[in-house]
Design a protein around this ligand. Structure first.
Ligand SMILES: Nc1ncnc2c1ncn2[C@@H]1O[C@H](COP(=O)(O)OP(=O)(O)OP(=O)(O)O)[C@@H](O)[C@H]1O
Ligand SMILES: [Mg+2]
Length: 416
């Protein structure tokens, strides 16, 4: 039996019991599991170890090494990227053969492919969310200096994120990391996405027996519009006077409300003829994880960005209603909320949900339901009462139209 070179990141199984001396395609063992996938050229299969599932993709050695390194580096900069777990090199197979190497990633849980999203029959309100998700991820990648080179519907997975959708990058074969991207590189990346997405939509139309005229071929261009709106939100120049310090705060809050971390603020003096001296305000923006980082710091809870924003709002509500005379600090109240409210509710949710459900997302569903009944009754509804009602109603998720309206109005914005 031939033995491969395995580089596995800590915290995962060593994968030594797999059939590495044979191509993935012919494997036949009890660890293999079937999961729905997007369109793909390489052999990709999934294996289960205890509670985790891993995706294994075979690639020629050079490409595999590149993808492994890129995903690893990207994972350190951004969160909505598949976690890369290992690189396997079959030293006895020549470099250019498809099965000379393999990349192992952690299976992205609670996610679905675009086919599942689009074919649900209720794509209407979800369409907008999907556009925002793809545009938001591209902005994040570009901010981090990543030229994707192959953004397509199949190279992404989608996850419910409170009332929104989050897109997760899973395929980085063609990606390049730079210190910074030029405008030309960003535009080129968007052009590739538009062509790929149109191709994906044409495939779906063909599968459904639809004419190309009836296919949603503008989807990619609509992503570009949203991308541009978001990018200009980050980079539009703001001129302020020497006494307009409050505008700096407004700008930072606006970016934080969109989820972006603000890493630096520059104020550059501009001499404008006879006019009063003006300052140009520009910000350096980091990843889109403002709320998820705050939530993790305060409570240790891992959630995606929109989920974290909702959960933080719940924590703030708890703090406001428990701000007594005692000198307990912010951190202590956060722990109390976690122990007295959050964890007991998670336990109850887990008892009632499907085993594969995302418990944090279900908590957000519950918070949304509590908000709806409180708004209808024009009073705060205590958790015990609201939770029972939510269970009785069949644990509903978000009504998409309402969620979209609420988001547009910034209803879930929280001060942190
Ligand atoms: N970590 C993962 N979690 C969940 N699903 C995954 C994961 N990795 C891959 N997949 C699924 O497998 C499919 C193929 O993966 P991937 O895009 O990496 O393969 P590929 O052959 O390189 O694709 P391409 O044809 O774009 O080069 C994806 O569309 C996705 O549905
Ligand atoms: Mg792919």
């Amino acid at each position: 039996m031939s033995t491969p070179t395995l580089s596995i990141r800590p915290g995962h199984p060593p994968f030594l019991d797999l059939d590495w001396d044979r191509p993935l395609e012919v494997w036949d063992n009890e660890r293999l599991v079937d999961v729905p996938t997007g369109v793909h050229r390489h052999v990709v299969r999934f294996v289960a170890y205890d509670d985790e599932i891993y995706a294994i993709k075979e690639l020629p050695r050079r490409v595999a090494r590149h993808e492994y390194r890129t995903l690893r580096a990207l994972g350190q900069r951004l969160s909505p990227v598949a976690t890369v777990v290992g690189l396997v090199e079959r030293d006895w197979v020549s470099d250019d053969r498809e099965w000379s190497a393999a990349v192992i990633t952690r299976y992205v849980k609670h996610a679905f492919t675009y086919r599942e999203l689009i074919s649900g029959g209720n794509f209407g309100p979800r369409r907008t969310q999907m556009l925002d998700a793809v545009a938001g991820l591209l902005v994040e990648l570009h901010l981090a200096g990543c030229f994707w080179g192959d953004c397509s519907l199949s190279n992404l997975l989608y996850r419910y994120d409170a009332g929104a959708i989050q897109a997760v990058m899973i395929d980085a074969e063609t990606s390049e990391l730079h210190d910074e991207l030029s405008n030309g590189q960003r535009m080129h990346d968007l052009d590739i996405m538009v062509v790929n997405v149109a191709g994906g939509m044409a495939d779906i139309a063909a599968e459904q027996g639809l004419d190309l005229d009836e296919a949603d071929m503008r989807l990619g261009e609509d992503v570009v519009s949203r991308y541009e709106a978001l990018w200009s939100e980050l980079y539009h120049p703001v001129l302020i006077g020497p006494h307009d310090g409050y505008l700096v705060r407004e700008r930072v809050e606006r970016l934080n409300a969109l989820g972006f971390e603000v890493e630096g603020i520059d104020l550059l003096p501009i001499e404008a003829g006879q006019e009063e001296r003006r300052l140009q305000l520009s910000v350096t923006v980091g990843g889109r994880s403002f709320h998820s980082v705050r939530l993790r710091e305060l409570t240790g809870i891992e959630a995606s960005e929109h989920q974290a924003r909702y959960i933080l709002a719940d924590l703030r509500y708890f703090e406001a209603s428990h701000a007594g005379s005692s000198a307990t600090g912010k951190a202590v109240r956060a722990i109390r909320w976690r122990v007295e409210v959050f964890e007991p509710l998670l336990l109850k949710i887990a008892e009632n949900m499907e085993p594969d459900d995302d418990v944090v997302q279900r908590y957000c569903d519950y918070l949304h339901h509590r908000y709806l009944i409180a708004a209808a009754q024009e009073r705060d509804v205590p958790n015990d009462e609201a939770f029972e009602q939510w269970l009785d109603a069949g644990m509903p998720g978000y009504d998409l139209d309402i969620a979209a309206t609420e988001q547009r109005l910034g209803g879930a914005a929280v001060e942190v």
